[in-house]
Ligand binder design. Structure first.
Ligand SMILES: Nc1nc2c(ncn2[C@@H]2O[C@H](COP(=O)(O)OP(=O)(O)O)[C@@H](OP(=O)(O)OP(=O)(O)O)[C@H]2O)c(=O)[nH]1
Ligand SMILES: [Mn+2]
Length: 201
């Protein structure tokens, strides 16, 4: 390598380091934002697990099982329940994390003012229209929640309600297929274990 190309390689590797450290900072800032927003919220299990474990777990499924490294998708996973379940607005997400991330979270957000049955039906009918990147987060969200149901039954849920959730999730997942083989295979395994019909494959 001559002097010129050495200098260029040094410049490139420096800027790669800088780019990487920017990503690390963004992910940590985003995790901290989610932790603060969900700080008073607990899961419905007996141990009252902090709710933020769920959103970090969804992001972890995306990177470790889904093989996803799209930073906005990971941020959307970390933030996916902030608007639905806390006082966070889309404007706030847009200002903090940009339009791309805010739009992905929008695709993940149920309208809590609608009756529950309607909300659940809309998840099934809207799933096929979601963007590819929102489908990734939706698959990871369902995978986390179904594994959590296998781990333990939320307080106040009957076995019948758990079974109904699996059956409804199978219908939502039918509309998300063709997105990520590893996550879809893991979901199908859970449906089969439960004796729930694997739909749309
Ligand atoms: N399995 C499980 N789920 C829990 C627990 N604690 C809270 N949840 C949340 O409950 C939601 C599923 O419960 P439902 O009764 O069907 O829905 P609802 O809370 O929106 O009315 C999920 O919301 P979501 O993430 O917005 O997903 P979605 O299922 O509504 O798409 C899930 O994250 C728990 O201990 N176990
Ligand atoms: Mn969720």
């Amino acid at each position: 390598m001559n002097n010129n190309s050495t200098a260029m390689a040094e410049r490139n590797s420096l800027s790669q380091d800088e780019a990487l450290s920017k990503v690390v900072k963004e992910i940590v800032r985003c995790t901290n934002f989610a932790a603060l927003k969900h700080k008073d919220q607990r899961r419905k299990d007996k141990q009252q697990t902090p709710y933020v474990n769920h959103v970090i777990g969804v992001a972890h499924i995306l990177v470790s099982e889904g093989g996803i490294s799209d930073v906005s998708v990971i941020q959307a996973a970390l933030l996916h329940d902030t608007v639905e379940d806390t006082d966070t607005s889309f404007y706030e997400l847009q200002a903090e994390f940009g339009e791309d991330v805010a739009n992905l979270v929008k695709e993940m957000t149920d309208d809590k003012s609608l009756p529950k049955a309607e909300r659940k039906a809309l998840q099934i009918s809207h799933a096929p229209q979601a963007s590819h990147r929102a489908k990734l987060v939706k698959l990871a969200d369902k995978l986390y929640n179904l594994r959590d149901l296998r781990r333990c039954t939320p307080e106040s849920w009957t076995e019948e309600r758990v079974q109904e959730y699996f059956e409804w999730a199978s219908q939502v997942v039918a509309g998300l297929r063709g997105t990520n083989q590893a996550m879809e295979d893991a979901l199908d395994q859970l449906f089969m274990e439960r004796g729930v019909e694997v739909m749309g494959s």
